[in-house]
Design a protein. Structure first.
Length: 566
């Protein structure tokens, strides 16, 4: 079974699109996902990806992938490749509609010239500090630049010379001439072109002036015929500027900007600045560390595209920001992997068991079910021999009440194998349990007895003669606090809440021989342990498995208790 069917949730953006179609204001829906190629995508970006591509797919339209590459100082082709890989991995296809803002640099330059000719833009020679000072505050209006009254011809000449590289960085900028008394700071004569003597990852040294994001973004939307420009809530104050450029320039289309709430997730951070700090200071092992909320990190940990898409549907689309529980994301993953992940047996803390009455020179092949939720996944062969490994926690010499696993004199079931009974405990010179001696019932093959007797405990195991060496990397929350940034205004550094137990490496694990030869990044369930993902080469021991998620949600109660303040 693949990703479970579910109806598309209704939300205000879908309602707007439906109303536009119903009112004949829209013939084809065109959306876009517009990342800046200056970092790696994370789970917050996945919400926007699923929203933009999902709506386009639902309404038979198209979604563009466009890189808003207007700042060559921070951009790199590495990020372009990573973003393309992540969007495709999530299951979305932009087809031939891959664009870059740099594709439109010449057109953007001409649009700026048009604004100058209409006396709606001017070259300003204030320093960056002076521009900030003249801009005013939230409670005080700005002051006109002394260069605001430059004539059209002088502005055209200066702007042309800016392009030709005659001036140093910071000496001039091109600003739109709007309203320095506006209550919206974004409308106070914003900068639309600045000088940067920096090499661009696509255009090289062709340009030394670059458009600002606010100028390039809306006009790139218009050039591509985007109908609905969906962006996060922090751009709501930028919408009047977006509309001003569209209204005052001869653009081929008039996109509609709509804002939605960005996502925040408990026990992690989604700020690019904070994520970058985690990497640079060595708190994690790179951007694809499985503890990171980046899509590359989640992929390495074992998350599936289907689980992330389902999660994005679960959290919905609204206008108010919220802190989404990490347990919701993990629930989506468990639900997805329950149907697609094959089952295997692996022992994390091995304890040897010798079955005294099993012949030493005999081994046999038993049959295990690959996934009880999907019969089409078939069965696998399980080698069985006189010596096996079980989990050390599955034995108690002095068992507590309601402990149903192995103990002296007690009979349990080995999954898919036989009933065994512990008859002796062998200890080393330190008094630690070294191995168990047991007997088995030959008539209980397959895990049931012909006389109908019942046992309460069922243990997983591996054959000592056939098992493979493995290493389990067990992951936990990256932070111990649900909102690690909540006290930053009080001077509390969010890194103080990094969980020292967020990664535990367990060596000396034993797993089934059927795992030899499986593909890297294969997702599977180790019975009674959790869902894991193979990292690296399965032909080389020890096999390394990243734990994607535990079988049970032990954090849901913690999160609920924190919400209740207890």
């Amino acid at each position: 079974m693949t990703e479970k069917e579910h109806s598309a949730p209704q939300h205000f953006i879908r309602n707007i699109i439906q109303e536009d179609f119903a009112g004949n204001r829209l013939q084809e829906l065109v959306t876009r996902f517009p990342p800046e190629p200056n970092g790696y995508l994370h789970i917050g970006h996945a919400k926007s990806i699923c929203l933009n591509f999902g709506l386009a797919r639902e309404f038979g339209g198209r979604c563009h992938l466009r890189f808003d590459d207007t700042n060559p100082l921070n951009e790199d082709e590495v990020y372009v490749d990573s973003i393309c890989r992540d969007v495709a991995w999530l299951g979305f296809d932009w087809g031939r509609h891959l664009y870059f803002a740099s594709d439109y640099y010449e057109q953007l330059y001409q649009y700026a010239v048009e604004l100058i000719k209409e006396d709606m833009a001017f070259v300003c020679s204030l320093s960056p500090e002076e521009i900030r000072h003249y801009r005013g505050t939230l409670t005080q209006p700005g002051t006109d630049s002394p260069y605001r009254t430059r004539g059209v011809e002088e502005n055209l000449d200066l702007f042309r010379r800016m392009r030709q590289g005659e001036f140093s960085e910071g000496s001039h900028v091109l600003r739109a001439k709007i309203d320095m008394a506006s209550s919206n700071l974004n409308m106070r004569d914003p900068v639309i072109f600045r000088i940067l003597h920096a090499r661009h990852h696509r255009t090289g040294d062709q340009w030394c002036i670059y458009p600002t994001y606010d100028f390039a973004h809306c006009l790139s939307d218009a050039q591509e015929g985007v109908t609905h420009s969906l962006c996060s809530q922090e751009f709501e104050d930028h919408r009047p500027l977006y509309d001003w450029f569209i209204e005052h320039l001869p653009v081929p289309a008039r996109p509609k900007q709509i804002e939605f709430a960005r996502m925040n997730l408990t026990y992690t951070v989604l700020s690019k600045r904070r994520l970058n700090r985690l990497v640079e200071e060595g708190h994690v092992d790179g951007w694809d560390d499985p503890r990171m909320p980046t899509l590359s990190g989640l992929r390495k940990r074992g998350y599936t595209p289907g689980a992330i898409r389902t999660f994005c549907d679960m959290i919905g689309v609204g206008k108010s920001e919220s802190l989404v529980q990490m347990s919701m994301l993990e629930h989506a993953l468990r639900d997805d992997l329950n149907y697609r992940a094959p089952r295997f047996m692996g022992v994390q803390d091995p304890l040897k068991v010798v079955i005294l009455n099993y012949p030493q020179d005999i081994e046999e092949e038993l049959e295990g079910i690959n996934n009880p939720e999907d019969e089409s996944m078939g069965t696998r062969s399980l080698p069985f021999s006189r010596e096996i490994y079980i989990e050390r926690d599955d034995f108690r010499e002095d068992p507590p009440k309601k402990y149903f696993r192995l103990a002296p004199g007690r009979e349990v079931r080995l999954r898919y194998a036989y009933f065994i009974t512990c008859v002796d405990v062998v200890k080393d010179e330190n008094g630690e349990i070294a191995e168990l001696h047991c007997t088995y019932d030959p008539e209980s093959r397959g895990g049931s007895s012909p006389d109908g007797r019942k046992v309460k405990g069922t243990l997983h195991w591996v054959s000592a003669r056939h098992c493979l060496e493995a290493e389990f990397r067990l992951y936990d929350r990256l932070f111990t606090k649900a909102d690690p940034t909540a006290e930053e205004k009080k001077g509390v550094d969010f890194v103080q809440y990094i969980n020292p137990e967020s990664l535990r490496v367990v060596a000396g694990c034993k797993v089934e021989p059927a795992l030899r030869g499986i593909e890297p990044r294969t997702r599977l369930q180790f019975e009674r342990k959790g869902y894991f993902c193979l990292e690296g080469d399965s032909g080389k021991e020890p096999l390394v498995f990243n734990m994607a998620v535990a079988l049970k949600d032990t954090w849901a109660k913690i999160e609920k208790r924190e919400q209740q303040g207890g």
